[in-house]
Write a protein that binds this ligand. Sequence first.
Ligand code: CMP
Length: 140
Amino acid sequence: MKEKTLSIIKPDGVARHVIGEVIRRIEEAGLNIVAMKMIKMAPAEAKGFYKVHEGKPFLESLIDFMSSGPCVVMVLEGDNAIKKYRKLMGATDYTKAEEGTIRRAFATDIEKNVVHGSDSESSADFEINYFFSELEIVAG
Ligand code: CMP
């Protein structure tokens, strides 16, 4: 089933110059990039994006981190894009991520885990619309 998912290369990934490597892995996996931009979020914007994590002990630090520098946000499209990209990223906690995944290769802690990907169709809808207008997404 053809799906869209939101991908973020987080400030740690951008600072450590792995944008190209993350994109290479996305393309190698057969996912198409149908929208892409670099942004620097204000804390309120990061808070709005992560509203599902309201009340979590890590939220405040996560907001600080996500607004600390530029991120690359992308919409990926392909068969089973949501699952496929989550498999490519590996587990949130990089110490539990499978060998060969982006987080296993580049993450340095549970927060600074290089990438984000939507976890379901409903979050993909919310997350894509949070950053992109319909006009910014090319028809796949
Ligand atoms: P992400 O997939 O973007 O979703 C929520 C983010 O919160 C997660 O990646 C991490 O960057 C961060 N985070 C920090 N601590 C935790 C934790 N204990 N559990 C889940 N996410 C965490």
